[in-house]
Write a protein that binds this ligand. Structure first.
Ligand code: SF4
Length: 352
């Protein structure tokens, strides 16, 4: 793998900036201007430095660099692919499952992923929660004692300052029935230097367990700086999980996926979910089929330790929640139950 070794000073947000650094072609600019008018773009210096501009199939570029393919919507794609709106009782809250609720603190991110499931709702143009709306969101959590876990998401909550995060954590710490706070973020990858000791301290809430789930899709994203950022969290006693999205041309082969999961475990991050790509508009070129995903999960089972196995899940379109969609290793025929091993051989298991 060759690397550009090019690290811009600031985040690139315009197709013209990407062109001037050789990350898109000048001939594509008219189409990319249409993409930019619809979906936010942001490529941080750390992410830009990972892209090989000479490789048209670069798996990092595919995740962050806009493409004219995003202008093509397929039947079935939708603005709210996982059905957040159907479960949003007040602004900023998604309460889909009884024991947990999402608190969407901000609609902005450090980077904008080209396959984002909330791409129609996020970006610098989206409205953040007002102070009044934030109060109403906390009041909702307070009024629902069944909420055991609050998932801070967005956008990316770690774009907020440590001071703002501390305020949020203190408010959650004051709610007795909330026991677990999970933070979903791409920041250790997008801008690892933002994971300062001050920010790490701000994520602690007295009497609660804080977990951080990092979004990462390719082993190259786990740079030395990203690993150090994650280590700052884990060393501070914050357990980490991972979330990855299965993406065509990025991680849809067993070697890449296996290397990613191993790298995560080496960083003391437990692989948690491998998401099937959501039906977000203009993302068909990045989706695989469910059959491909199941085959990859089979290959992973034979290739890497159980510690490295994520759960392959689909957020059922329409807001019906996540379901595991990994391969099935158990079948039944007239002779009884058969269980398949990691090499594909079937073995009988006696009836109960
Ligand atoms: S970081 Fe998450 S919310 Fe932000 S653009 Fe990427 S997938 Fe979407």
């Amino acid at each position: 793998m060759s690397s550009s070794n090019f690290k811009p000073i600031t985040t690139m947000r315009e197709p013209t900036e990407l062109a001037s650094h050789g990350l898109v072609s000048v001939a594509d600019l008219p189409e990319l201007a249409k993409v930019a008018a619809r979906y936010a773009i942001a490529v941080t210096p750390d992410v830009a430095a990972l892209i090989d501009p000479d490789d048209p199939q670069d798996p990092i570029a595919r995740q962050y660099i806009p493409s004219a393919e995003e202008l093509v919507s397929q039947p079935g794609e939708r603005a709210d692919p996982i059905g957040d709106d159907a479960h949003s009782p007040v602004s900023g809250i998604v309460h889909r499952y009884p024991d947990r609720a999402l608190l969407k603190l901000t609609p902005t991110c450090a980077v904008y992923c080209r396959f984002c499931f909330r791409r129609e709702m996020i970006g610098p143009g989206a409205k953040p929660l007002t102070a009044k709306q934030l109060d109403a969101a906390f009041a909702y959590i307070e009024a629902h004692p069944e909420i055991w876990e609050v998932v801070l998401t967005g956008g990316d909550p770690l774009v907020l300052s440590p001071r703002r995060l501390k305020q949020v954590m203190s408010r959650l710490a004051a709610i007795d029935h909330v026991k677990v706070i999970r933070v979903h973020t791409r920041m250790p990858i997008a801008d690892p230097a933002r994971i300062t000791r001050e920010l790490v301290r701000a994520l602690k809430a007295k009497g609660k367990a804080t977990y951080v789930a990092v979004h990462v899709n390719h082993p190259r994203e786990l740079t030395a700086a990203a690993r150090e950022a994650c280590a700052r969290l884990v060393d501070a006693g914050i357990p980490m999980l991972s979330q990855s999205v299965l993406l065509a041309g990025v991680n849809d082969d067993a070697a890449t996926l296996g290397a990613l999961m191993r790298a995560l475990v080496e960083c003391r991050i437990k692989p948690y979910y491998l998401h099937h790509g959501d039906l977000a508009p203009g993302t068909a070129h990045l989706r695989t089929s469910i059959e491909q995903g199941q085959e990859l999960m089979r290959a992973l089972r034979g290739r890497v330790s159980g510690l490295c196995q994520p759960t392959y899940v689909l957020d059922i379109p329409g807001g019906h929640g996540k379901s595991p969609i990994g391969p099935n290793y158990v079948c039944q025929d007239e002779t009884g139950i058969k269980v398949e091993d990691f090499q594909g051989n079937r073995h009988c298991y006696p009836p109960a």
